[in-house]
Structures are given as structure tokens and as C-alpha cells.
Design a protein around this ligand. Sequence first.
Ligand code: GDD
Ligand code: MG
Length: 356
Amino acid sequence: MILAGGQGTRLRPLTLARAKPVVPVLNRPFLAHQLALLRAHGVVDAILACSYRVDDVRAALGGAEHLGVTLRYVVEKEPLGTGGGVANAADLASGTIFVLNGDVLTDADLTAMRRRHEAQGSRATIFLTRVSDPRQYGLVETDAEGRLRAFREKPAAGEPITTDTINAGVYLLDAALLHGIPRDRPVSIEREVFPALIADGVPCFGWEAEAYWRDIGTPAAYHAAQMDLLEGRARLLLPPPGEPREGSWIGTGGTAAADARVVAPSVIGARVTLAAGCRVGPSAVVGDGSTIGPDARVEGAVLWERVDLGRGAVLRDCVLGADVRIGAHARVGAGVVLESGAVIPERTTLTRDDAS
Ligand code: GDD
Ligand code: MG
């Protein structure tokens, strides 16, 4: 079960154009990467608990047959929160289920997690990871056996931080537990359900893994996750569309001038035009139907579909939504995020301070 009903507020302006669960990551909807991970660990039935912009998600993923899983949608009339969302979809679930926040990118060994869950007789197991600043996450404390002692979601400013171990947003749950969650009001799995299970003495455990992990829910994290996949820090379970060529992936139907260069690792979408003298990469992601003008440079940047770069434009470590147009000789610098449809006049220089 994947929780995909949040509004994606922190990922604006990108989520003004597309729901967070399906923002493109290496030219595939984000959830496709999660479904590929689940599939790699034997999951063939997935349920999407959604409430917000479901049409976007359906348009991007459909039934997900191409990923080897059957995807069913359960839609909340009003957002029910993370716990309410899970409860609302409980009728489709039985046995032991994985529950994932729909915005975490990981290559964790879910098979090992499941083995551990079973061996311990756990009824709720939480994948735990460590971060340097845990304040924005769910803090989790365990005893020496890994049994959960406390779950504290996003401690308020001033509250002491007692651990750097956080909830990674991936759970294994005994589906029977879902029936105990109220369905008639919003419920937070983090603030209500886990603390209640711990208080009731239900066997709940943490599972720590040395795996890649990142929540892609801010523009900086969304950008960094793609660099991590391209540069090999995260294991790529689902290759980008296109033909692998010298460390890059090149989509079909494009045209490239003889002296246009693609520097690996990069992803070039379908029907992309690479004009004379341009250089794309390293670590560039170019969406379908984009045009890279003569002598333009694209490095460490993520471009959605149909982006148009003028002659001599330079992009570095930025994110451009769909249909963005960059005038000739304009420069867009690190950390800049441009909303879909933005038009940047020629010779403009944008740095992060302008964008914020
Ligand atoms: N169906 C449904 N309904 N899904 C929801 C709702 C809802 O009302 N509200 C949020 N979600 C989904 C979001 O779409 C997202 O996939 C997931 O639940 C988590 O919501 P976020 O808004 O991304 O939460 P967070 O990142 O602040 O915190 C959560 O994730 C952290 C790890 O990234 C918590 O689970 C933390 O404890 C955790 O550390
Ligand atoms: Mg999140």
C-alpha cells in the first residue's frame, strides 16, 4: 500500500503542475521507481491510497501492468491523513502488507526486512534510517532488541532531540491492525497509530538498514535524488527510458547535430533536439520533446518535457518544469527551480536568491 494523498506543498512550484507521487524522476513517474522496488521483492499487488490529484496519478501510471504489478486506487473523499488513508484502503488488504510513504526513494532490501519481521514475531516493523537533522521526521527510539519504545513525530521547536534515528516511511504491518484505526476522521499513523500500538504493548520493531534513503519531497531533495541515481549513490532498480549508450540513456526519435555532445551519466528523453555545439551532461536529465539550442550547456540539471533552451543558454544544477523557455545566452544557476511554463528572457542570469 502506498500513501499518495498528500498535497506536496513543500515541493512547490513543481507540484503546482503535477502531483508529487508522479513527478518525473529520470523521466519516469516517481512511483514507478517505488513499484519497481516492491516488484523486485515479490510484491505483485499494490494499492494506492490517494485523495489529491488522483487524475494525474492515473494518467501517469494507469494500472502499472508494464511494471509487473497490479495497481488499484482507493480514493479518500476528504484527505484522511496517513493513518486514515491506510484504514480507508484496509478492505483490500490482508495478511502482512508493506506500507510506504509515496515520496521515499530507497533501495533497501525489503526481503530482509520481511524476514526480520517474521523472525521477531513483529506485528508492525518500521524501517529506520539515520539523518543528521531529524527534526523534520518521525523520531523513533528502540530498545536493545529493536523493539519500539517511542515514536515522536516532528518534535516541536525547543523539545529535546533524543535520537538521530528516524522513521523512513516504510512499514510492514499486520493488516488486522488496520481495522482498529478509525475511518470517519483524519488520523495520523505517526502521531496516533504508532504511539498507541507501543502503549498497548503490541510487538512493534524497528529495522535498520545500510541502504540508500531519501524523501524527495522538497525541490533540493528531488534534484539530489536524481543525481544520486545517475551517479550511482542509489541503486537504479528501474532504468530510465531510452537506449543505454556510453553510460547515458538516449530516447527515440530525436535529432542531434554532428558536434552535439552528451556527457555521461545523462538521460535524454524521446524526440529531443540537440543543436550544433551543445553539450548536455554530465548528470543531465532532459525531458521528452525538449530542444537544446546551439552551444547551450546543461550540467547537473533536470528538465521536464518540452523545455526549450535558446542559443548559448547555460543551466547548472537546477530544475525546470515542463514547457519552460530559456532565452538565448540566459544562465540558470544551482538550486533554481522554475515552474512549468516559465519564460526567461535572453541574457538573464538567475541564481537561487532571485528564485526564492
Ligand atoms: N492517502 C493519503 N491521505 N496520503 C497522505 C495524506 C492523506 O491525507 N497525507 C499525506 N499523505 C501521504 C503523502 O502523499 C506522502 O506520500 C506520505 O503520506 C507522507 O506524507 P509527507 O507529508 O511526505 O510526510 P513527511 O515527509 O513530513 O513525514 C513522513 O515521512 C517521514 C520520512 O520521509 C512521516 O512518516 C515521518 O515520520 C517520516 O520520518
Ligand atoms: Mg515526505
